[in-house]
Design a protein around this ligand. Sequence first.
Ligand code: SAM
Length: 380
Amino acid sequence: MPVFPPSFQKFLKENEIDPAVYEIKDLPRYIRINPRDRNPIDRNELELQLGTMLYSVPGLDGFFRLDGKAKIVGCQAYKDGKIYGIDLSSAIAVYALDLKKDDHVLDLCCAPGAKLCMISDFLGTNGTGTVTGVDISKHRAATCRSLLKKYRIGRARLFVTDGTTFGVRAPSFLDPLRQGEGNTMRSSGQNRLGEGLSEDLTVLAVDSDNGHNSASIIKPFWAPKTLRNDPQKAKDEYLYDKVLVDAECTHDGSVTHILKYEKWGWDAFEKNFMNLDRTESLWDLQRQLITNGWSLLKPGGILVYSTCSLSRQQNEDVIGWFLSKYNHAQLEEVPLAAQLGTARIRRSQYDIDLSMTVRLDPICSKTSGFFVAKIRKSVV
Ligand SMILES: C[S@@+](CC[C@H](N)C(=O)[O-])C[C@H]1O[C@@H](n2cnc3c(N)ncnc32)[C@H](O)[C@@H]1O
């Protein structure tokens, strides 16, 4: 086992994290087939390219488990945008959103974008659903934009801004399509991605009769034409159907990431992750992100909160605090998690039953460390 710095040992102890999770080295990898690929690759050919067998994952179409040593990035199918890598734990978080083809989805910490791509896969190409990604980091959002282009994902827009204050509602621009009027998807909803680039964050003044007091719209960092020109109406009917808050965290559940610091040096790790100011502000940030995500969610909608941390404070305590504050928030079962094997949920500081939240880790579920809570906003 690596010799961790004292601050990390303390962190593991305080959060009841078994250091043995960092000893598991043979975790499988996972890929998803890009459903927008016009010439889908034959499974045998893909196995040949990856040099390993593919095993289907029950309940997740087009999702495969493969040997942990397989090199995904080097293979031609990856370079050609036919497949992408995503851990099963992340897929569980996306699956928990229970996506329907006409859903408008908000992904509040979206970059680099594996989950956003998968959300888009679930929305498919026949509906009017959209995904709105938000990230505070411009360079990470740029990576996300590259993924959107590579995998030919339309009906997705990106904003570079703070997810704790983001207030743009779901697009109304595709309303005529929802109502079966006017344009076909080809002429309006599925512009070629190249048309959509919009790099700056200029605020455009517009005349607004939509109840938006500020009479201004925020220009997305990236959007196809249809979504770029969305008037950003502020009525409640434009709240989002689903919200993913894949919150910024200490990343301690990402075993491969943590172990990289054996090479990079633990000093950098302590500075980046274990700085007390940073961890305390993280807990605040996570609470603010989930609160803002909740304010943008429709009654009846689903919010999924997830982190790649195994810490109690960033998981159970955030959800316990949240449920104690919002009466209309109800936990629901996270689908597919049961078939994996999950770790024990920690007792939060709040006296609330959290047994429907899920902890995945390398020992129990043979995935990266991950926490998922699925919360429904009840209709009052
Ligand atoms: C765990 S990563 C998200 C991973 C992403 N969902 C995916 O599947 O690739 C957390 C992200 O939150 C972003 N972030 C941090 N603070 C933020 C804030 N205040 N508002 C929005 N995004 C933030 C970080 O830049 C980082 O990209």
